[in-house]
Design a protein around this ligand. Structure first.
Ligand code: ATP
Length: 358
């Protein structure tokens, strides 16, 4: 296993590409720790696969270097990087049994029979394949075949990293949940460095200790699921994480107040007089209805979604969502929105600003 260092890394697919907009990945410098579980999360086209392929060696970056531990692997081809990869669709040998499929990466590298057997048994048990080890892979469903692919990814102990590229795409929803949690416990058990690409926030947030949030080729935040929820460093993170995402409102920030549509909203500390495009953000979960003071609103509709209610409102000309527990009463006299000061994030040109206490 290895620490992965991305040093001044950037990539453009356009050979002569000099403009920032030509870059599928904008310059980044990061160290991903040995044994960490990372998710690369972001919408389609943000550069997740490009970054994964640079780490695996399928793509050589147009700028910068990649290190595994102390070794510069930028010029080393994929097959020599000692990594395991699990793709969107199962890669399984139909004519082999489940056991033979799991054993393949070990046998290929000359593992002894006893070692191979022991490791295959261990991985098969962890991933719930121990009951079907001697069945041929042909005829097994896509779910099981993808489990075999996951198992093959995990079976080698000495890999530098295991890379997963949207591995649960073909999996039934109920099985997705099971596999996600299994992957997490496999990570705890085996301690591999794992990098998991997904555009699904639930997958990323359940699996990873560290979520690398990509937006238009740029890493806009690396943090725990909690940090992404509580303190989004970029408005895109606020918007993308959560369901619904963070409410964002253009605001004029003056000292310890934000002015939204002529209403002063108290902030937790002082931000001075911010110039540029300033916004405040607050999660729908933290907004409260009250009878006076705050931002006057109009309730447009209420959506009951399982264990919660989403109240769609409009205030100061902006759509604002409020999340309440299921069955929480809606009082028609409570037509003001209160934003607890400690839950408000302030953004300047889309990046979060920390306050002072003056
Ligand atoms: P998806 O979730 O849709 O797979 P992604 O986040 O993995 O998207 P990438 O596939 O890395 O994004 O693509 C990043 C950008 O690079 C996109 O604008 C894409 O069009 C472009 N791109 C990707 N592969 C190539 C290629 N081989 N040649 C030219 N441009 C490419």
């Amino acid at each position: 296993m290895a620490q992965i260092t991305l040093s001044n890394l950037a990539h453009t697919y356009t050979p002569e590409g000099g403009q920032q907009s030509d870059f599928a990945l904008k310059e980044m410098n990061h160290i991903w720790h040995d044994g960490g579980a990372y998710a690369l999360l972001g919408p389609s086209g943000c550069g997740k696969t490009t970054l994964l392929n640079i780490i695996s060696g399928l793509i050589k970056p147009s700028h910068g270097r990649v290190f595994f531990g102390e070794n510069d692997v930028t010029d080393i081809p994929a097959e020599k990087r000692n990594i395991a990869q699990v793709f969107q669709f199962p890669v399984v040998y139909d004519t082999m049994t489940v056991r033979e499929n799991l054993a393949f990466p070990l046998k290929n590298r000359g593992g002894s029979k006893v070692e191979v057997q022991a490791r295959v048994a261990q991985v098969a048990k962890m991933i719930g394949l121990d009951g079907i080890l001697d069945i041929k892979a042909r005829g097994l469903g896509a779910d099981i075949k993808q489990k075999i692919s996951l198992g093959r990814g995990m079976v080698r102990e000495s890999v530098n990293a295991i890379l997963f590229d949207e591995p649960l795409t073909v999996i039934d929803p109920h099985m997705k949940w099971e596999l996600r949690t299994q992957l997490k416990s496999l990570h705890r058990e085996f301690g591999h460095t794992m990098i998991y690409v997904t555009h699904d926030q639930t997958e990323a947030l359940t699996f990873a200790e560290n979520v690398v949030m990509l937006y238009e080729g740029e890493v806009v935040q690396i943090g725990s699921p909690e940090a992404l929820f509580e303190s989004p460093q970029h408005t895109f993170v606020g918007h993308f994480i959560g369901s619904p995402g963070m409410n964002l409102m253009a605001a004029k920030v003056q000292g310890n107040h934000a002015l939204v549509g002529g209403h002063a909203i108290p902030l937790q500390g002082s931000y001075g007089n911010l110039s540029g495009y300033t916004q405040i953000g607050i999660r729908p979960e933290y907004i409260e209805f009250c009878g006076a003071e705050g931002l006057p609103c109009r309730i447009d509709r209420v959506e009951d979604i399982g264990h919660r209610r989403i109240v769609r409102t409009e205030a100061a000309g902006v759509a604002i969502d409020v999340v309440m527990p299921a069955g929480a009463p809606i009082d028609p006299t409570m037509t003001y929105l209160h934003f607890p000061a400690e839950k408000i994030s302030v953004y300047k040109d889309h990046w979060r600003i920390e306050h002072g206490w003056a």
